[in-house]
Ligand binder design. Structure first.
Ligand SMILES: NC(=O)c1ccc[n+]([C@@H]2O[C@H](COP(=O)([O-])OP(=O)(O)OC[C@H]3O[C@@H](n4cnc5c(N)ncnc54)[C@H](O)[C@@H]3O)[C@@H](O)[C@H]2O)c1
Ligand SMILES: [Fe+2]
Length: 427
Protein backbone atom coordinates (compact mmCIF):
# COMPACT_ATOMS: atom_id res chain seq x y z
CA UNK A 1 0.00 0.00 0.00
CA UNK A 2 1.18 3.55 -0.75
CA UNK A 3 0.61 6.48 1.58
CA UNK A 4 -1.83 5.79 4.40
CA UNK A 5 -4.67 8.01 5.54
CA UNK A 6 -3.89 10.37 8.40
CA UNK A 7 -7.13 12.38 8.48
CA UNK A 8 -10.71 11.56 9.37
CA UNK A 9 -13.85 13.68 9.53
CA UNK A 10 -16.90 13.44 11.72
CA UNK A 11 -20.26 14.59 10.36
CA UNK A 12 -23.81 14.16 11.54
CA UNK A 13 -27.24 15.72 11.25
CA UNK A 14 -28.73 17.92 13.94
CA UNK A 15 -30.95 15.85 16.22
CA UNK A 16 -34.09 16.71 18.15
CA UNK A 17 -35.32 14.00 20.54
CA UNK A 18 -38.38 13.50 22.71
CA UNK A 19 -41.89 12.07 23.01
CA UNK A 20 -44.12 14.33 20.91
CA UNK A 21 -41.23 16.12 19.15
CA UNK A 22 -42.92 15.50 15.78
CA UNK A 23 -45.37 18.29 16.64
CA UNK A 24 -42.47 20.76 16.29
CA UNK A 25 -41.75 19.70 12.69
CA UNK A 26 -43.51 22.69 11.11
CA UNK A 27 -41.66 25.23 13.29
CA UNK A 28 -38.34 23.52 12.58
CA UNK A 29 -38.98 23.55 8.83
CA UNK A 30 -40.10 27.19 8.89
CA UNK A 31 -36.87 28.12 10.66
CA UNK A 32 -34.90 26.53 7.82
CA UNK A 33 -36.73 28.64 5.24
CA UNK A 34 -38.76 26.36 2.94
CA UNK A 35 -42.34 27.33 2.07
CA UNK A 36 -43.36 24.39 -0.14
CA UNK A 37 -42.18 20.88 0.77
CA UNK A 38 -42.47 17.32 -0.51
CA UNK A 39 -43.70 15.08 2.32
CA UNK A 40 -42.59 11.48 1.72
CA UNK A 41 -43.98 8.38 3.38
CA UNK A 42 -45.02 4.85 2.34
CA UNK A 43 -48.48 3.48 1.67
CA UNK A 44 -48.65 1.64 5.02
CA UNK A 45 -47.86 4.76 7.00
CA UNK A 46 -49.50 7.51 5.00
CA UNK A 47 -52.88 7.25 6.75
CA UNK A 48 -51.31 6.68 10.17
CA UNK A 49 -50.93 8.98 13.14
CA UNK A 50 -47.28 9.85 12.52
CA UNK A 51 -47.97 11.37 9.09
CA UNK A 52 -51.17 13.01 10.34
CA UNK A 53 -49.24 14.83 13.10
CA UNK A 54 -46.55 15.88 10.61
CA UNK A 55 -49.20 17.28 8.27
CA UNK A 56 -50.94 19.23 11.05
CA UNK A 57 -47.67 20.66 12.23
CA UNK A 58 -46.70 21.83 8.72
CA UNK A 59 -50.16 23.35 8.26
CA UNK A 60 -49.96 25.25 11.55
CA UNK A 61 -46.61 26.68 10.49
CA UNK A 62 -48.11 27.83 7.18
CA UNK A 63 -45.95 25.53 5.08
CA UNK A 64 -47.48 24.20 1.88
CA UNK A 65 -46.84 20.47 1.31
CA UNK A 66 -47.54 17.78 -1.26
CA UNK A 67 -47.63 14.16 -0.04
CA UNK A 68 -45.82 11.39 -1.92
CA UNK A 69 -46.60 7.90 -0.61
CA UNK A 70 -45.32 5.66 -3.41
CA UNK A 71 -42.04 4.89 -1.59
CA UNK A 72 -41.26 1.20 -2.05
CA UNK A 73 -40.48 -0.76 1.11
CA UNK A 74 -36.83 -1.64 0.32
CA UNK A 75 -36.55 0.87 -2.55
CA UNK A 76 -35.46 0.00 -6.09
CA UNK A 77 -34.00 2.17 -8.87
CA UNK A 78 -37.51 2.26 -10.39
CA UNK A 79 -39.13 3.48 -7.16
CA UNK A 80 -36.33 6.06 -6.71
CA UNK A 81 -36.93 7.34 -10.25
CA UNK A 82 -40.64 7.70 -9.50
CA UNK A 83 -39.90 9.89 -6.44
CA UNK A 84 -37.22 11.85 -8.33
CA UNK A 85 -39.64 12.56 -11.16
CA UNK A 86 -42.23 13.81 -8.64
CA UNK A 87 -39.60 16.01 -6.95
CA UNK A 88 -38.31 17.45 -10.23
CA UNK A 89 -41.82 18.46 -11.32
CA UNK A 90 -42.91 19.74 -7.91
CA UNK A 91 -40.76 22.82 -7.49
CA UNK A 92 -40.08 22.09 -3.81
CA UNK A 93 -37.73 24.03 -1.59
CA UNK A 94 -37.67 21.46 1.23
CA UNK A 95 -38.30 17.78 2.01
CA UNK A 96 -39.81 15.86 4.92
CA UNK A 97 -39.49 12.08 5.34
CA UNK A 98 -41.79 10.30 7.81
CA UNK A 99 -41.02 6.59 7.82
CA UNK A 100 -38.30 3.98 8.08
CA UNK A 101 -35.04 3.78 6.13
CA UNK A 102 -36.95 3.17 2.90
CA UNK A 103 -38.70 6.55 3.15
CA UNK A 104 -35.70 8.52 4.45
CA UNK A 105 -33.38 7.11 1.75
CA UNK A 106 -35.92 7.93 -0.98
CA UNK A 107 -36.22 11.52 0.29
CA UNK A 108 -32.43 11.95 0.13
CA UNK A 109 -32.21 10.97 -3.55
CA UNK A 110 -35.34 12.93 -4.52
CA UNK A 111 -33.65 16.00 -3.02
CA UNK A 112 -30.28 15.29 -4.69
CA UNK A 113 -31.63 14.58 -8.19
CA UNK A 114 -34.03 17.54 -8.10
CA UNK A 115 -31.25 19.93 -6.99
CA UNK A 116 -28.44 18.59 -9.19
CA UNK A 117 -29.90 16.44 -12.00
CA UNK A 118 -27.14 14.14 -13.34
CA UNK A 119 -26.64 13.23 -17.02
CA UNK A 120 -27.19 9.59 -16.14
CA UNK A 121 -29.02 7.96 -13.22
CA UNK A 122 -25.86 6.02 -12.24
CA UNK A 123 -23.57 9.08 -12.08
CA UNK A 124 -23.81 9.44 -8.28
CA UNK A 125 -24.09 5.71 -7.55
CA UNK A 126 -21.19 3.98 -5.79
CA UNK A 127 -18.54 2.51 -8.08
CA UNK A 128 -18.03 0.05 -9.66
CA UNK A 129 -21.79 -0.07 -10.42
CA UNK A 130 -22.00 3.71 -10.88
CA UNK A 131 -19.49 6.53 -11.36
CA UNK A 132 -19.49 7.77 -7.76
CA UNK A 133 -19.42 11.45 -8.81
CA UNK A 134 -19.30 13.83 -5.85
CA UNK A 135 -22.39 15.93 -5.16
CA UNK A 136 -21.64 19.37 -6.69
CA UNK A 137 -23.11 21.55 -3.93
CA UNK A 138 -25.60 21.85 -1.09
CA UNK A 139 -29.09 20.33 -1.21
CA UNK A 140 -32.43 21.72 0.03
CA UNK A 141 -33.29 21.24 3.73
CA UNK A 142 -34.51 17.73 4.60
CA UNK A 143 -36.08 16.82 7.94
CA UNK A 144 -36.17 13.08 8.63
CA UNK A 145 -38.62 11.62 11.16
CA UNK A 146 -37.79 7.93 11.69
CA UNK A 147 -40.62 5.50 12.50
CA UNK A 148 -38.34 2.47 12.91
CA UNK A 149 -35.39 1.97 15.27
CA UNK A 150 -33.63 1.59 12.91
CA UNK A 151 -31.40 2.40 10.13
CA UNK A 152 -30.05 5.62 11.61
CA UNK A 153 -30.64 7.07 8.14
CA UNK A 154 -31.70 10.34 9.83
CA UNK A 155 -27.99 10.84 10.67
CA UNK A 156 -26.22 9.43 7.58
CA UNK A 157 -25.29 10.57 4.10
CA UNK A 158 -26.19 7.20 2.63
CA UNK A 159 -29.11 6.06 0.51
CA UNK A 160 -29.55 2.40 -0.43
CA UNK A 161 -31.56 0.84 -3.26
CA UNK A 162 -31.98 -2.42 -5.11
CA UNK A 163 -30.49 -2.08 -8.59
CA UNK A 164 -32.87 -4.45 -10.29
CA UNK A 165 -30.77 -5.08 -13.42
CA UNK A 166 -28.03 -6.63 -11.24
CA UNK A 167 -30.23 -8.16 -8.50
CA UNK A 168 -28.05 -6.42 -5.93
CA UNK A 169 -28.38 -3.52 -3.60
CA UNK A 170 -26.08 -0.57 -3.96
CA UNK A 171 -26.31 3.06 -2.97
CA UNK A 172 -25.26 6.65 -3.07
CA UNK A 173 -22.98 7.94 -0.34
CA UNK A 174 -22.04 11.55 0.12
CA UNK A 175 -22.03 13.80 3.16
CA UNK A 176 -24.27 16.33 1.35
CA UNK A 177 -27.12 13.77 1.47
CA UNK A 178 -27.35 13.97 5.26
CA UNK A 179 -30.68 15.26 6.52
CA UNK A 180 -30.49 18.75 8.00
CA UNK A 181 -32.39 17.58 11.09
CA UNK A 182 -33.57 14.25 12.47
CA UNK A 183 -36.66 14.43 14.70
CA UNK A 184 -36.58 11.34 16.91
CA UNK A 185 -39.87 10.75 18.69
CA UNK A 186 -40.57 7.57 20.70
CA UNK A 187 -44.31 7.96 20.00
CA UNK A 188 -43.56 7.11 16.37
CA UNK A 189 -42.42 3.53 16.93
CA UNK A 190 -45.31 2.38 19.17
CA UNK A 191 -47.10 0.80 16.20
CA UNK A 192 -44.13 -1.24 14.91
CA UNK A 193 -45.04 -4.88 14.18
CA UNK A 194 -42.71 -7.18 16.20
CA UNK A 195 -40.94 -8.53 13.10
CA UNK A 196 -40.15 -5.00 11.85
CA UNK A 197 -38.97 -3.99 15.34
CA UNK A 198 -36.75 -7.09 15.39
CA UNK A 199 -35.23 -6.68 11.92
CA UNK A 200 -34.60 -2.96 12.31
CA UNK A 201 -33.21 -3.47 15.85
CA UNK A 202 -30.81 -6.16 14.63
CA UNK A 203 -29.68 -3.73 11.92
CA UNK A 204 -28.68 -1.32 14.72
CA UNK A 205 -26.83 -4.12 16.51
CA UNK A 206 -24.84 -4.96 13.39
CA UNK A 207 -24.15 -1.31 12.49
CA UNK A 208 -22.56 -0.88 15.91
CA UNK A 209 -20.45 -4.07 15.87
CA UNK A 210 -19.35 -3.55 12.28
CA UNK A 211 -18.19 0.02 12.78
CA UNK A 212 -16.44 -0.92 16.02
CA UNK A 213 -14.58 -3.78 14.29
CA UNK A 214 -14.03 -2.06 10.90
CA UNK A 215 -10.51 -1.50 9.61
CA UNK A 216 -9.17 1.66 11.32
CA UNK A 217 -9.06 4.78 9.10
CA UNK A 218 -5.27 4.93 9.53
CA UNK A 219 -4.87 1.57 7.80
CA UNK A 220 -6.65 2.72 4.64
CA UNK A 221 -4.88 4.33 1.67
CA UNK A 222 -4.91 8.14 1.61
CA UNK A 223 -7.15 9.55 -1.16
CA UNK A 224 -5.45 11.27 -4.09
CA UNK A 225 -7.53 14.37 -3.38
CA UNK A 226 -9.40 15.28 -0.16
CA UNK A 227 -12.58 15.45 -2.26
CA UNK A 228 -12.27 11.69 -2.79
CA UNK A 229 -12.14 10.82 0.90
CA UNK A 230 -15.05 8.37 1.22
CA UNK A 231 -18.00 8.84 3.58
CA UNK A 232 -17.07 5.44 5.07
CA UNK A 233 -13.55 6.14 6.35
CA UNK A 234 -12.87 3.26 8.77
CA UNK A 235 -13.03 3.07 12.55
CA UNK A 236 -11.77 6.17 14.37
CA UNK A 237 -11.70 7.38 17.98
CA UNK A 238 -14.93 9.38 17.67
CA UNK A 239 -17.00 6.81 15.77
CA UNK A 240 -15.90 4.24 18.38
CA UNK A 241 -17.60 6.23 21.14
CA UNK A 242 -20.94 6.27 19.31
CA UNK A 243 -20.76 2.63 18.23
CA UNK A 244 -19.86 1.45 21.73
CA UNK A 245 -22.70 3.34 23.40
CA UNK A 246 -25.15 2.15 20.74
CA UNK A 247 -24.18 -1.45 21.35
CA UNK A 248 -24.59 -1.13 25.10
CA UNK A 249 -28.06 0.35 24.61
CA UNK A 250 -29.10 -2.37 22.16
CA UNK A 251 -27.97 -5.05 24.63
CA UNK A 252 -30.09 -3.47 27.37
CA UNK A 253 -33.22 -2.56 25.38
CA UNK A 254 -33.76 -4.61 22.20
CA UNK A 255 -35.70 -7.53 23.68
CA UNK A 256 -37.67 -5.26 26.01
CA UNK A 257 -38.76 -3.01 23.12
CA UNK A 258 -39.85 -5.93 20.94
CA UNK A 259 -41.71 -7.83 23.66
CA UNK A 260 -43.61 -4.86 25.05
CA UNK A 261 -44.51 -2.15 22.51
CA UNK A 262 -45.92 -0.10 25.43
CA UNK A 263 -42.47 0.18 27.01
CA UNK A 264 -41.76 3.75 25.91
CA UNK A 265 -38.45 3.91 27.72
CA UNK A 266 -37.09 0.88 25.85
CA UNK A 267 -38.46 2.18 22.55
CA UNK A 268 -36.89 5.60 23.15
CA UNK A 269 -33.57 3.98 24.00
CA UNK A 270 -33.68 1.87 20.83
CA UNK A 271 -34.28 5.03 18.76
CA UNK A 272 -31.33 6.71 20.47
CA UNK A 273 -29.23 3.60 19.88
CA UNK A 274 -30.20 3.65 16.20
CA UNK A 275 -29.14 7.30 15.87
CA UNK A 276 -25.92 6.74 17.84
CA UNK A 277 -25.04 3.73 15.69
CA UNK A 278 -25.85 5.84 12.61
CA UNK A 279 -23.43 8.55 13.74
CA UNK A 280 -20.80 5.84 14.26
CA UNK A 281 -21.19 3.87 11.03
CA UNK A 282 -22.09 6.95 8.98
CA UNK A 283 -18.45 8.00 9.42
CA UNK A 284 -16.62 4.72 10.11
CA UNK A 285 -18.63 2.48 7.76
CA UNK A 286 -19.85 -1.08 7.94
CA UNK A 287 -18.21 -4.18 6.47
CA UNK A 288 -18.94 -7.79 5.56
CA UNK A 289 -22.37 -8.48 7.14
CA UNK A 290 -23.69 -5.48 5.18
CA UNK A 291 -21.69 -6.19 2.01
CA UNK A 292 -23.01 -9.77 2.01
CA UNK A 293 -26.57 -8.63 2.77
CA UNK A 294 -26.90 -6.79 -0.55
CA UNK A 295 -27.03 -9.91 -2.77
CA UNK A 296 -29.07 -11.75 -0.09
CA UNK A 297 -31.73 -9.04 -0.46
CA UNK A 298 -31.22 -8.53 -4.19
CA UNK A 299 -31.49 -12.22 -5.19
CA UNK A 300 -34.62 -12.93 -3.13
CA UNK A 301 -36.97 -15.45 -4.75
CA UNK A 302 -40.31 -15.61 -2.95
CA UNK A 303 -39.76 -14.75 0.72
CA UNK A 304 -42.54 -12.62 2.25
CA UNK A 305 -41.77 -11.72 5.88
CA UNK A 306 -44.45 -11.25 8.55
CA UNK A 307 -45.39 -7.69 9.46
CA UNK A 308 -44.05 -5.91 6.35
CA UNK A 309 -47.36 -5.64 4.44
CA UNK A 310 -45.68 -5.80 1.03
CA UNK A 311 -46.86 -7.37 -2.22
CA UNK A 312 -43.34 -8.09 -3.52
CA UNK A 313 -40.86 -10.65 -2.16
CA UNK A 314 -38.21 -9.07 0.12
CA UNK A 315 -35.61 -10.06 2.62
CA UNK A 316 -35.83 -7.12 5.04
CA UNK A 317 -32.50 -5.32 5.30
CA UNK A 318 -31.87 -6.05 9.00
CA UNK A 319 -32.68 -9.74 8.50
CA UNK A 320 -30.37 -9.99 5.47
CA UNK A 321 -27.58 -8.45 7.54
CA UNK A 322 -27.95 -10.43 10.75
CA UNK A 323 -28.17 -13.78 8.93
CA UNK A 324 -24.54 -13.25 7.83
CA UNK A 325 -23.26 -11.73 11.07
CA UNK A 326 -22.39 -14.81 13.18
CA UNK A 327 -20.47 -16.44 10.30
CA UNK A 328 -18.59 -13.19 9.64
CA UNK A 329 -17.56 -12.48 13.25
CA UNK A 330 -16.27 -16.06 13.65
CA UNK A 331 -14.09 -15.29 10.60
CA UNK A 332 -12.96 -11.75 11.46
CA UNK A 333 -12.34 -12.13 15.23
CA UNK A 334 -8.72 -13.26 14.86
CA UNK A 335 -7.89 -10.02 12.95
CA UNK A 336 -8.62 -7.85 16.01
CA UNK A 337 -9.73 -10.00 18.97
CA UNK A 338 -9.73 -7.03 21.40
CA UNK A 339 -12.42 -5.23 19.38
CA UNK A 340 -14.58 -8.34 19.11
CA UNK A 341 -14.18 -8.89 22.86
CA UNK A 342 -15.21 -5.29 23.52
CA UNK A 343 -18.29 -5.79 21.34
CA UNK A 344 -19.26 -8.97 23.18
CA UNK A 345 -18.86 -7.25 26.54
CA UNK A 346 -20.87 -4.17 25.54
CA UNK A 347 -23.67 -6.41 24.31
CA UNK A 348 -23.84 -7.85 27.81
CA UNK A 349 -22.42 -11.30 27.01
CA UNK A 350 -20.47 -13.29 29.58
CA UNK A 351 -16.83 -12.84 28.55
CA UNK A 352 -15.17 -14.10 31.73
CA UNK A 353 -12.07 -16.10 30.83
CA UNK A 354 -12.44 -15.32 27.11
CA UNK A 355 -9.28 -15.68 25.04
CA UNK A 356 -8.35 -14.41 21.58
CA UNK A 357 -9.18 -17.89 20.24
CA UNK A 358 -12.75 -18.13 21.49
CA UNK A 359 -13.97 -14.52 21.35
CA UNK A 360 -15.33 -14.94 17.80
CA UNK A 361 -17.39 -17.92 18.94
CA UNK A 362 -18.66 -16.07 22.03
CA UNK A 363 -19.81 -13.10 19.97
CA UNK A 364 -21.35 -15.31 17.25
CA UNK A 365 -23.22 -17.45 19.79
CA UNK A 366 -24.48 -14.34 21.62
CA UNK A 367 -25.91 -13.00 18.34
CA UNK A 368 -27.45 -16.39 17.51
CA UNK A 369 -29.20 -16.40 20.91
CA UNK A 370 -30.63 -12.93 20.19
CA UNK A 371 -31.71 -14.07 16.71
CA UNK A 372 -33.60 -17.00 18.22
CA UNK A 373 -35.20 -14.80 20.87
CA UNK A 374 -36.42 -12.34 18.20
CA UNK A 375 -37.86 -14.88 15.77
CA UNK A 376 -35.22 -14.64 13.03
CA UNK A 377 -35.09 -17.46 10.49
CA UNK A 378 -32.48 -20.17 11.05
CA UNK A 379 -29.92 -19.07 8.46
CA UNK A 380 -30.09 -18.38 4.74
CA UNK A 381 -31.64 -21.79 3.97
CA UNK A 382 -34.76 -20.74 5.90
CA UNK A 383 -35.37 -17.83 3.49
CA UNK A 384 -34.99 -19.92 0.33
CA UNK A 385 -31.23 -20.18 -0.38
CA UNK A 386 -29.29 -23.40 -0.95
CA UNK A 387 -25.60 -24.21 -0.57
CA UNK A 388 -25.39 -24.16 -4.37
CA UNK A 389 -26.31 -20.41 -4.28
CA UNK A 390 -23.15 -19.55 -2.32
CA UNK A 391 -20.95 -18.80 -5.40
CA UNK A 392 -23.57 -16.44 -6.90
CA UNK A 393 -24.04 -14.71 -3.53
CA UNK A 394 -20.26 -14.27 -3.28
CA UNK A 395 -20.18 -12.87 -6.82
CA UNK A 396 -22.83 -10.31 -5.80
CA UNK A 397 -20.74 -9.26 -2.78
CA UNK A 398 -17.47 -8.66 -4.63
CA UNK A 399 -18.56 -5.33 -6.24
CA UNK A 400 -19.50 -3.89 -2.82
CA UNK A 401 -16.01 -2.35 -2.44
CA UNK A 402 -17.21 0.54 -0.35
CA UNK A 403 -17.92 -1.80 2.54
CA UNK A 404 -15.96 -5.01 1.87
CA UNK A 405 -12.71 -3.00 1.89
CA UNK A 406 -13.41 -2.12 5.52
CA UNK A 407 -13.36 -5.74 6.67
CA UNK A 408 -10.75 -6.13 9.44
CA UNK A 409 -9.24 -8.93 7.33
CA UNK A 410 -9.43 -9.35 3.55
CA UNK A 411 -12.09 -11.74 2.22
CA UNK A 412 -11.61 -13.09 -1.31
CA UNK A 413 -14.13 -14.95 -3.47
CA UNK A 414 -13.40 -18.33 -1.83
CA UNK A 415 -13.66 -16.85 1.68
CA UNK A 416 -17.03 -15.31 0.80
CA UNK A 417 -18.32 -18.62 -0.57
CA UNK A 418 -17.31 -20.31 2.68
CA UNK A 419 -18.95 -17.52 4.73
CA UNK A 420 -22.25 -17.90 2.84
CA UNK A 421 -22.11 -21.68 3.35
CA UNK A 422 -21.52 -21.13 7.06
CA UNK A 423 -24.51 -18.77 7.18
CA UNK A 424 -26.95 -21.35 5.75
CA UNK A 425 -27.98 -22.77 9.15
CA UNK A 426 -27.08 -21.83 12.73
CA UNK A 427 -29.01 -24.15 15.05
N1 LIG B 1 -29.31 5.14 4.75
C1 LIG B 1 -28.80 4.36 5.65
O1 LIG B 1 -27.90 4.76 6.34
C2 LIG B 1 -29.39 3.00 5.82
C3 LIG B 1 -28.92 2.18 6.85
C4 LIG B 1 -29.50 0.93 7.00
C5 LIG B 1 -30.52 0.52 6.16
N2 LIG B 1 -30.95 1.32 5.15
C6 LIG B 1 -32.03 0.94 4.24
O2 LIG B 1 -33.29 1.19 4.89
C7 LIG B 1 -34.28 0.27 4.42
C8 LIG B 1 -34.93 -0.44 5.59
O3 LIG B 1 -35.50 0.50 6.44
P1 LIG B 1 -36.27 0.07 7.80
O4 LIG B 1 -35.64 -1.13 8.37
O5 LIG B 1 -36.32 1.28 8.61
O6 LIG B 1 -37.70 -0.37 7.32
P2 LIG B 1 -38.67 0.16 6.15
O7 LIG B 1 -38.62 1.62 6.01
O8 LIG B 1 -38.38 -0.65 4.93
O9 LIG B 1 -40.09 -0.26 6.75
C9 LIG B 1 -40.37 -1.61 7.02
C10 LIG B 1 -41.87 -1.85 7.16
O10 LIG B 1 -42.34 -1.32 8.38
C11 LIG B 1 -43.43 -0.42 8.14
N3 LIG B 1 -43.33 0.59 9.21
C12 LIG B 1 -42.33 1.51 9.37
N4 LIG B 1 -42.53 2.18 10.51
C13 LIG B 1 -43.66 1.70 11.07
C14 LIG B 1 -44.41 1.99 12.26
N5 LIG B 1 -43.97 2.92 13.13
N6 LIG B 1 -45.53 1.31 12.48
C15 LIG B 1 -45.96 0.34 11.63
N7 LIG B 1 -45.31 0.01 10.52
C16 LIG B 1 -44.17 0.67 10.25
C17 LIG B 1 -43.22 0.07 6.74
O11 LIG B 1 -44.43 0.52 6.16
C18 LIG B 1 -42.72 -1.20 6.08
O12 LIG B 1 -43.78 -2.08 5.78
C19 LIG B 1 -33.55 -0.69 3.50
O13 LIG B 1 -33.75 -0.32 2.15
C20 LIG B 1 -32.10 -0.52 3.90
O14 LIG B 1 -31.18 -0.88 2.88
C21 LIG B 1 -30.40 2.56 5.00
FE1 LIG C 1 -27.96 -1.51 7.89
Amino acid sequence: MGVRETIFTMDTSSIKYGPGATRELGLDMAALGPRRVMLLSDENLVYGEQVEIARESLKEAGIEFVTFSRVRVEPSDASFRDAIDFAQRGDFDGYVAVGGGSVMDTAKVANLYACWPPDDFLDYVNPPIGRGLPVPGPLKPLIAVPTTAGTGSETTGVSIFDYEALHAKTGIAHRALRPTLGIIDPHNTATLPPMVAACSGLDVLSHAIESLTALPYSQRPAPEHPRERPAYQGANPISDIWAAEALRMVGANLLRAIRDPDDEEARGNMLLAAAAAGIGFGNAGVHLPHGMSYPVSGMVRDFLPDGYRVRHAIVPHGMAVILNAPAVFRFTASANPERHLLAARLLGLDVRGATADDVGEILAQGIIDIMRATGMPNGLQAIGYKESDAPALAEGTLPQHRVTKLSPCPADRDDLIELFRAAMRYW
